[in-house]
Design a protein around this ligand. Structure first.
Ligand code: GTP
Ligand code: MG
Length: 239
């Protein structure tokens, strides 16, 4: 046996992150701000989904977005063009967002004026599912061209997510994608997570997604429009 000591750095980092993520969640909950972490491969449709959701919910909730990218402000610029607050997290070479990064981004947002906060995580189907960002809800998107075998290859992501969206369903007729097999594979890993096929291009399935999201936003989040300017009444979470 060698005398080399194995230092469990990874476990320590994850444990530290879990504590920080808990503090982030608490901070957000106190501010009545519900955070949704959106994870997927590059190009699967994270920004498209956030924009389509904003279009449907912006009258009901004050929405802000944290955009995480290795480099560039391309996606954040799309959100600010809609007139909403966006914070760009440039992660450099880092392949996922951790709670420390979320905390840094929160410093640039007015949480008292934010009901719904989306985080577009770095395009990555592996590391993003291993790091708690402090979000209340974790959503994974797979897009049809990526293939129905992905739950077999990336089980951590499909086990971790609370909701699984299948975007680019307008390609279902063109691609050899076995929707039933995909559902079965997800159900084996994560029986509690609903699977929702949709298309950010055609709009199909978006109502169901918004319904799933609304079911998971605690009552009391989102002040009526009349309370948004001036002196809003306190927004409280249900017990
Ligand atoms: N056909 C089709 N194309 C889509 C759909 N949703 C998004 N796209 C296209 O897919 C491409 C990538 O979409 P994005 O929303 O930028 O994807 P993303 O996951 O944010 O990409 P990154 O931020 O670069 O990782 C764009 O050209 C979109 O127009 C869809 O439902 N159907
Ligand atoms: Mg994007």
């Amino acid at each position: 046996m060698s005398g080399t000591r194995i230092v469990q750095i990874r476990q320590e980092i994850l444990a530290e992150n879990r504590i920080e993520a808990g503090a982030v969640r608490e901070r957000l909950t106190r501010a009545c701000c519900h955070m949704v972490n959106v994870m997927a491969s590059p190009g699967a449709g994270k920004t498209s989904l956030i924009i389509r959701t904003i279009e449907r919910l912006r009258e009901q909730f004050r929405i802000a977005v944290i955009e995480a990218d290795l480099d560039s402000t391309v996606d954040a610029d799309k959100i600010t063009a809609l007139g909403l607050p966006a914070v760009q997290l440039e992660t450099g070479g880092y392949c996922h967002v951790d709670a420390r990064m979320t905390n840094a981004a929160l410093e640039h947002l007015d949480l008292e004026k934010t009901d719904l906060l989306f985080l577009e995580n770095v395009g990555n189907l592996i590391c993003t599912a291993q790091s708690d960002t402090g979000a209340h809800l974790n959503v994974a998107i797979l897009s049809v061209p990526e293939g129905d075998d992905k739950p077999l290859k990336y089980p951590v992501m499909f086990s971790y997510a609370d909701i699984i969206l299948l975007n680019k369903s307008d390609y279902l007729e063109l691609e050899e994608f076995d929707l039933e097999a995909f559902r079965q594979r997800v159900a084996t890993l994560n029986p509690a997570a609903p699977v929702c096929p949709l298309s950010c291009r055609t709009g199909r399935g978006l109502d169901e997604w918004v319904h799933l999201l609304m079911e998971r936003i605690p009552r009391g989040i989102g002040a009526p429009a009349s309370e948004r300017s001036g002196n809003p009444a306190p927004r409280r979470l249900s017990p």
